[in-house]
Ligand binder design. Structure first.
Ligand SMILES: Cc1cc2nc3c(=O)[nH]c(=O)nc-3n(C[C@H](O)[C@H](O)[C@H](O)COP(=O)(O)O)c2cc1C
Ligand code: SF4
Length: 427
């Protein structure tokens, strides 16, 4: 069953505007936040066990606790770049409930003592950019942003910054460089942004969904938040389901929810006559699961790690037996090659070679040893670079080759797809 907390009011047409948002309890938690000490809010978020929804699942309260107490200005950056292929949950929230994000950000900014925040939105998201700008304007007009918010003595300014459609600007240090007006290239960590981020000052970067979740932790309390999810992965999460299901879309379910139920109950299963072949559970960077693994996996950080994959951004891509895995890896690797920022040799050269080799197989020019070569190249790309894009290209490669090797071998031997060949034979 879906549990709609973040998405409870998405269906209401007037929820996008301030009046409709307030009529449904909007900004009540900001009022509550101002009756609390900032540290109390941080402690609450820590106790609730909220984990970042941008991909890595790092505990939010713990990250906020890394800010140095050095009197320097602090920045809050909302990561709304949403570049991970298959992910579209942040866009829906920004379009349907922009004030939910703005309120979550003001509460979070108050908790961490930040007077300035930015929402970094990918450039293609025109509707999200417009709705967030409109919500920020309404909030200023109503005294919910600017000086002395709600008479609390707390000042906060917020702005939208538009990206230009580069996947790498979703990586937090790449995003900071882009926001500073530089080339959107990641930087080595440490120092982490919490210590030295935007303009060299302490900066917290959190995903859209993470920041909005803070409202409901304040509203419902730790026990109610932890009622959903598992011990180590508490709460609900938005999953973007795409691919070969009858009803693709965003679904909010408790963490720990069976992947099988998401696909076959909530999303209406597969098209008639098709069989489940594989599932990518957390965006294109996540190692692929076979149908057998997908039928027993649950949607939480620990269980997917046990299956050798990851929850990532919560983008579930469902693949039925009409798909060719060589084709699919070809599209994926072309994307990573195109998006590599080129600073690190293993990533710049590795993504290029993988793209080239898989496309030579797709062109019917592959050799059997190319499959091992891809495996070797991908192996050298893991854990050796400034950011995780290199790993993000290597992980799907290694998992596709391990789990669907027969399709790669068939393609090399026959010069055509095993799957498409079968489809022709049936016709
Ligand atoms: C290549 C790459 C792309 C990323 N893209 C996004 C993105 O589009 N949105 C996002 O929230 N996090 C993205 N991340 C993760 C961010 O670096 C960062 O961990 C996240 O914004 C932190 O927020 P959270 O703690 O709320 O998850 C990306 C990471 C990498 C390595
Ligand atoms: S790993 Fe790739 S994308 Fe990341 S900094 Fe290095 S070259 Fe750029």
């Amino acid at each position: 069953m879906e549990v709609k907390i973040l998405s409870e009011h998405y269906h209401k047409d007037d929820f996008q505007g301030l009046t409709g948002y307030k009529a449904n309890g909007g900004y009540e938690m900001l009022k509550k936040a101002f009756t609390m000490k900032p540290q109390e809010i941080i402690d609450l978020v820590k106790a609730a066990g909220l984990r970042g929804r941008g991909g890595a699942g790092f505990p939010t309260g713990v990250k906020w606790g890394f800010l140095p107490d050095n009197g320097e200005p602090r920045y809050l950056l909302c990561n709304a770049d949403e570049g991970e292929p298959g992910t579209f949950k942040d866009r829906e929230m920004m379009e349907r409930a922009p004030h939910q994000l703005v309120e979550g950000m003001i509460i979070s900014a108050f908790a961490i003592g930040s007077k300035k925040s930015y929402i970094y939105i990918r450039g293609e998201y025109d509707d999200s950019i417009n709705s967030c700008r409109q919500a920020i304007k309404e909030a200023y007009d109503a005294g919910l942003l600017g000086k002395n918010i709600m008479g609390s003595g707390f000042d906060h300014d917020m702005d939208v910054y538009c990206g230009a459609g580069a996947y790498i600007c979703g990586e937090e240090t790449g995003m900071i460089s882009s926001l500073e007006g530089k080339k959107g290239q990641p930087k080595l960590k440490p120092p982490f942004p919490a210590v030295q981020g935007y303009l060299g000052k302490p900066t917290i970067v959190n995903n859209v969904e993470t920041l909005a979740s803070v409202i409901y932790i304040l509203r419902d309390g730790v026990d109610a938040y932890r009622k959903y999810g598992t011990e180590k992965s508490p709460g609900t999460k938005l999953f973007s389901v795409s691919g070969n299901v009858v009803k693709p879309g965003n679904y909010e379910v408790p963490l720990g929810y069976p992947l099988k139920d998401l696909i076959f109950d909530l999303c209406g299963g597969l098209k008639p006559g098709r069989k489940l072949k594989a599932v990518i559970p957390g965006g294109s960077s996540a190692p692929i699961l076979t149908a057998e693994e997908a039928m027993v996996a649950t949607l939480d950080y620990e269980n997917l790690a046990q299956h050798g994959s990851m929850l990532g951004s919560g983008a579930v891509m469902v693949i039925d037996d009409s798909n060719c895995m060589v084709d699919l890896l070809g599209v994926t690797l072309h994307f990573y090659h195109h998006e590599s920022c080129g600073q690190c040799t293993p990533c710049r050269e590795g993504t290029g070679w993988l793209d080239k080799i898989v496309h030579s197989i797709l062109d019917g020019k592959g050799r059997l040893q190319d499959i091992d070569l891809m495996d070797e190249v991908a192996g050298h790309m893991m854990g050796r670079t400034i950011c995780a894009l290199s790993d993000a290209a290597a992980m799907p490669t290694l998992s596709f080759l391990k789990k669907f090797r027969d399709e790669f071998e068939f393609y090399v031997r026959e010069g055509r797809s095993k799957v498409k060949g079968q489809a022709h034979a049936q016709m």
